[in-house]
Design a protein around this ligand. Structure first.
Ligand SMILES: [Fe+2]
Length: 215
């Protein structure tokens, strides 16, 4: 009888190669991610109650600000981002052509509100750490760290894949577009932020200092 091949438990083996091999570029370390916050990722980011920090982990994460690169750029069948915000703050009323899911990562309540039209809210729900909310395409939605919480809070986001700078994305409520325009922020029909005011860099620093100073 031929000798049976000897199967050694892989868990017990010491790797034969050095470095990460084909896994190179496929680990996003939080310690590095936190050094790459994006304070003005969208036209609503400068507005009161909507200031926050966005982080691009995989893919483009639906940004209107073209001046950044995600931690992992290998194409995936989904996109991942993270958001850090203070109580009473979060993305303004908007929608997408694709699903987005969110999971709170910290001990904070997040209030989500939504409706069928660009300026009408019909429902809301509050979710907590480890809960997941899946928002369908076309539904108008806004969300924020619930008032009264001790911030800042973190949120994990998973988005369906979508083309970048090919169409409006996100679609903002007209209220948001006007408010952003008044502050000098405009996105074009391809979903790219094309106009920022002279004081944008100063505001970025202010937001970074306020929200980015702690984990
Ligand atoms: Fe969104």
């Amino acid at each position: 009888m031929a000798d049976e091949p000897i199967h050694e438990d892989p868990r017990q083996q010491r790797p034969t190669g050095s470095g990460l091999g084909e896994m190179e570029g496929r680990i996003s370390r939080f310690a590095e991610l936190i050094e790459h916050p994006i304070p003005l990722m969208f036209i609503d980011s400068p507005l009161p109650h909507h200031q926050r920090l966005n982080y691009a982990v995989i893919g483009d994460t639906a940004s209107e600000n073209p001046n950044f690169s995600p931690m992992i750029t290998t194409p995936h069948g989904f996109q991942i981002g993270m958001v850090k915000a203070e109580p009473g703050c979060g993305p303004a009323y908007h929608t997408h052509d694709y699903i987005e899911c969110f999971v709170p990562l910290t001990d904070h309540k997040w209030r989500f509100y939504w409706g069928p039209e660009e300026d009408t809210v019909t429902h809301e729900a509050t979710i907590e750490k480890w809960d997941l909310i899946s928002l369908p395409p076309k539904l108008w939605r806004g969300f924020e760290v619930a008032e009264g919480e001790d911030g800042p809070a973190w949120l994990f986001a998973v988005l369906e894949p979508h083309d970048v700078f090919a169409f409006k994305d996100p679609y903002w409520s007209p209220y948001v577009v006007k408010a952003a325009e008044r502050q000098g922020y405009v996105a074009d029909e391809s979903g790219k932020m094309v106009k920022t005011p002279d004081d944008a860099a100063a505001l970025e620093q202010e937001i970074l200092k306020r929200i980015g100073s702690s984990r």
